[in-house]
Write a protein that binds this ligand. Structure first.
Ligand code: HEM
Length: 407
């Protein structure tokens, strides 16, 4: 169907994609001097696109669905049946509003305060020893996520939940035994989350995110089923734990490039540059609902597209020196640039753009400010990030020592 869009050579590119990871599509965009090419992945024809124009095309309201657009293995760990990402149109909008309503300024400030408390408590436990930041962040961010959702960590098995939630986002890009283990852990998490929803409904006194989920009414006026409410609770808890990976990236960046200027605006810009530069979600898939023409090619109902999120964050036509870490580029903006899509693009309400984006930025901005205040030292180690892990982490999980700020 895509007549004027060049075709990448070779029968099927699944292996190339898994092996080249984040570099897969950008290499071919460069080689073919294009922002769109067609190929086959998992034996299905697909059009890979990047850049601001592609973002606009991809996020036109009503044009795409996420159903059947991502490998089912990824969906089962990250979103699952009945979740907001599987909905379209009015049903999606009503459910999405529930998530967006969780993100008012007070709740974002609350998340920052919780990060500050958890970080300081953790740092005081790290005195006199070297830590592996990656491991420490799982429990810390799980406690933060629970507290932000109105679940008291003192009444919970935090270690166990931390393992489950962290494994879901870490294993989403994996296949084989690691994937199967993550599925088993996910089932255990779902049972736990269903139990919380049931309790919240029985007592009718839950507040915060848990209370919102328990009482939310969908487009049909009905409460969500216990299963779906549990899935959506995990869809808040799990990605908050995943923000820990961005915190690790911020520590990585601060070690390599220095802390730069202090202050709220500089901290936010640092956080934004971490989200732009570091690899997280490689691509997002969409299947066409409403046929359209683009770049002289016809896209029919059911056609499959992959928007290269990471490639768009690094698009040389949209960013100067895209591989350089330059927080200044985010200073003083009024609205998010179209090529800034680490958590998706387009409209939050009319499309699938991540409703947790402001929350992620708030937590990460606080993390940058806390990292800056802490006395950090990072011993000699391999700091490279493997391109074929989604998302990657340095081999040793970033070993470091952290001391509280001098009094
Ligand atoms: C959707 C990334 C944090 C909740 C998404 C999407 C991406 C993404 C790429 C899909 C966008 C699309 O389909 O067009 C991330 C990253 C995060 C993060 C990299 C940080 C590590 C969060 C947080 C929350 C959250 C903190 C918690 C509230 C969701 C939900 C959706 C979503 C519910 C589905 C939205 C919909 O289908 O309308 N996220 N996210 N995410 N995210 Fe996030």
């Amino acid at each position: 169907s895509a007549a004027t869009i060049p075709q990448a050579r070779g029968p099927d590119h699944t292996a190339a994609f898994l092996c080249e990871g984040y570099h897969y599509a950008p290499r071919r965009f460069e080689q073919m001097n294009t922002d769109a090419f067609t190929t086959r992945i998992m034996l299905r024809p697909v059009t890979c696109v990047r850049g601001p124009e592609a973002v606009e095309m991809f996020y036109e309201a009503g044009r795409m669905t996420r159903r059947g657009a991502m490998p089912s293995t990824v969906v089962a760990l990250l979103q699952d049946k009945g979740s907001v990402q599987t909905l379209d149109g009015h049903a999606h909008r009503v459910r999405k509003e529930m998530f967006l309503d969780m993100m008012d300024a007070m709740r974002l400030d609350e998340a920052r305060r919780l990060f500050r408390e958890e970080w300081r408590a953790a740092v005081s436990g790290w005195q006199g020893r070297e830590i592996v930041l990656d491991e420490e962040l799982d429990v810390m961010m799980t406690r933060l996520a629970m507290r932000w959702c109105g679940i008291d960590p003192a009444t919970q098995d935090v270690e166990r939940r931390a393992t489950e939630l962290a494994t879901m986002y870490r294993a989403a890009g994996k296949l084989g035994p690691a994937y199967l283990r993550a599925r088993a852990l996910r089932r255990r998490s779902e049972r736990w989350a269903r139990h919380l929803v049931r309790d919240a409904r029985a007592q009718a006194k839950a507040s915060g995110v848990l209370g919102t989920l328990a009482g939310h009414r969908d487009a049909d006026g009905a409460l969500m089923s216990e299963e779906v409410a549990a899935v959506e609770l995990l869809n808040v808890l799990r990605p908050i734990v995943a923000v820990g990976r961005y915190v690790l990236f911020a520590a990585h960046a601060m070690h390599l490039h220095g802390a730069g200027d202090a202050g709220e605006e500089a901290d936010r810009a640092f956080a934004e540059e971490v989200r732009r530069l570091y690899p997280f979600f490689p691509m997002i898939g969409g299947r066409v609902l409403e046929p359209f023409d683009w770049h002289g090619a016809r896209f029919d109902r059911g056609d499959w597209l992959l928007l290269d999120l990471h490639g768009t964050n690094h698009d040389p036509s949209a960013w100067s020196k895209p591989e350089a870490f330059r927080p200044e580029r985010h200073l003083g903006f009024v609205s998010q640039p179209e090529a800034m899509v680490p958590q998706g693009g387009g409209s939050y309400l009319q499309n699938h753009r991540c409703p947790g984006e402001w929350l992620s930025v708030a937590i990460l901005t606080e993390a940058v400010s806390q990292l800056r205040l802490s006395d950090r030292s990072v011993p000699e180690q391999d700091l490279s990030l493997p391109a074929s892990e989604f998302p990657p982490v340095p081999r040793e999980g970033l070993r470091m020592s952290v001391a509280p700020p001098a009094p």
